[in-house]
Ligand binder design. Structure first.
Ligand code: ADP
Ligand code: MG
Length: 237
């Protein structure tokens, strides 16, 4: 117990919420299989970042996660790796044809960055990743969705448009990530983000990441997450 406390102090994170799992200090302790470990080793990352050390065990145990950490703290991998494990567990069980994993991001650039990472790691399992953002061709995006996307990275307005066009559906989403929630709100996407939460299964697993923890993000966390493990890095929040 004391050891866990001091490891969290060393990592500079504060953790609250019911029964949080222990943080880990090494990639080997996540329990990832050899194929995923191989690409992680190829990225030349030496050890998990503080947010990864705590958020990944929490997400792998099926818990909802609220992660508050500044830009550059490695949040992308903190949700992508557990999402890939989730999809490998779910892909045989899930009926339907929509995505199993859905990642919402505020802008085209950010969604493309996440897409690149998701593809890089997802290819070890042949996971099909599709990126949909405002400003891109709806026709092209709906064509790529037809190829059977298991993971969709999207801006909130665009994925709603594509659902309305029946280019995809969200009935199979069991792993939802709200990335850069504060920026999505700054851009006016709050109604869309909330609508997407309301149109996905209530028993989904949800991860919410933000660089700041303002009132509106706090309220979204209360509404969209169930008994989350809240991880705050540094002095924010
Ligand atoms: P955030 O989303 O928190 O702003 P990113 O996920 O974009 O941060 O990561 C920032 C940078 O850190 C990226 O270049 C990423 O490849 C790198 N990175 C991620 N995890 C690690 C790690 N464990 N060790 C070293 N670098 C990492
Ligand atoms: Mg990020």
């Amino acid at each position: 117990k004391e050891q866990v406390k001091s490891l969290r102090e060393t990592l500079g994170i504060k953790v609250t919420g019911p029964d949080p799992p222990h943080p880990v200090s090494s990639f080997a302790h996540f329990g990832f299989d050899d194929s995923l470990m191989k690409v992680i080793r190829k990225s030349e990352y030496t050890q998990p970042t503080p947010i990864q050390a705590q958020a990944i065990p929490a997400a792998l145990s099926g818990r909802d996660v609220l992660g508050i950490a500044k830009t550059g703290s490695g949040k992308t991998a903190a949700f992508i790796w557990p999402m890939l494990v989730h999809i490998m567990d779910q892909r045989e069980l899930a009926d339907g044809d929509g995505p199993i994993g859905l990642i919402l991001a505020p802008t085209r650039e950010l969604s493309q960055q996440i897409y690149t990472e998701a593809k890089r790691f997802g290819k070890v399992y042949n996971i099909n990743v599709v990126c949909c953002y405002g400003g891109g061709s709806k026709w092209e995006q709906s064509k790529s969705l037809e190829t059977g996307a298991e993971v969709v990275v999207a801006t909130p307005g665009r994925i709603i448009d594509l659902v309305k066009m029946k280019a995809t559906n969200l009935t199979r989403v069991t792993f939802l990530v709200l990335d850069e929630a504060d920026r999505m709100f700054d851009m006016g996407f709050e109604p869309q983000v909330r609508s997407i939460c309301d149109h996905t299964r209530p028993d989904r697993q949800t991860l919410l990441f933000s660089a700041t923890f303002k009132k509106r993000v706090e309220k979204l966390a209360r509404d969209a997450l169930t008994d989350p493990i809240r991880i705050v890095q540094g002095d924010i929040g």
